[in-house]
Design a protein around this ligand. Structure first.
Ligand SMILES: [Mg+2]
Length: 255
């Protein structure tokens, strides 16, 4: 088995499930630490700030620091900075997104923004949708932190950011540029933080359509762990295939 120097590790469904820690995730991270391997916590969630994500992980017993967290909000902000300078933005989303955009120098406006950026927003309203749609119709570029249509929760599957964006697309005819998993920009951003190459880095996750597809899209090897979003039955029928699959992270052989 190849020795990977860097690991990009999904959170929900991989290291914890809802409010419950996945104990083999703790042992997996412990092994990475012992072996001195580079790794980052790799999430499509744009709502929380890296500090909040790290805090949540610490609550489960993970040795997480904010600088080990890669969010789709950070990847989106850096993408905007690289492609558009620091544009004026109408943001829809949580503090994680707004802080990331502010950090790269974006200023916020409802009036003729250069870009509309949409991340998951539990306070999404008709008014926000209207402002976003009018801005896009007036020429603002449309970006989405991620395209997840559904968000697993204890209540069942909730509408994800992709579903909010689908409404804006329906009203404008404009598709957003998606940044998060499975798209390339978040992988490029994560690798730049991890300082490892495509060949020596492994993406680990429970979701075939985001984590594993991200690897397929970017030419990286992947490790699918069952027990989260993707079931073994779905995986067997799918045309998307991971490099490795395990029932439990403890099956992973680091050597
Ligand atoms: Mg997951």
């Amino acid at each position: 088995m190849t020795r990977y120097r860097g690991y990009l590790i999904d959170l929900d469904g991989t290291l914890f499930k809802g409010e419950e820690v996945i104990s083999s995730g703790l042992r997996f991270i412990d092994e990475l630490e012992k072996r001195g391997l580079a790794y980052l916590y790799f999430t499509n969630n744009s709502f929380r700030k890296p500090e909040q994500v790290a805090e949540k992980l610490q609550g489960f017993g993970y040795p997480a620091t904010p600088d080990q967290v890669v969010t789709s909000a950070q990847a989106t902000a850096v993408y905007l900075q690289n492609r558009l300078g620091a544009p004026s933005v109408y943001p829809v989303g949580g503090k994680g997104l707004k802080d990331a955009l502010t950090e790269v120098g974006c200023r916020f406006t409802e009036h003729h923004p250069d870009a509309v950026v949409v991340g998951i927003d539990p306070s999404f309203t008709y008014d926000k949708m209207k402002t976003a749609c009018l801005a896009i119709r007036a020429g603002a570029k449309f970006f989405a932190t991620n395209g997840d249509l559904m968000l697993p929760s204890d209540e069942g599957l909730l509408p994800g950011n992709g579903s909010l964006c689908a409404g804006i697309t329906a009203a404008t005819g404009v598709q957003p540029t998606f940044i998060g998993k499975p798209e390339q920009p978040i992988v490029d951003y994560a690798l730049s933080r991890l300082q490892t190459s495509v060949q020596e880095t492994l993406i680990v996750g429970d979701n075939l359509l985001t984590d594993i597809q991200a690897g397929v899209n970017s030419g990286m090897d992947t490790l699918l762990v069952f027990g989260g979003v993707t079931t073994e039955e779905e995986y067997r029928k799918s045309s998307i295939q991971a490099t490795y699959s395990v029932y439990d992270l403890m099956e992973w052989n680091f050597i």
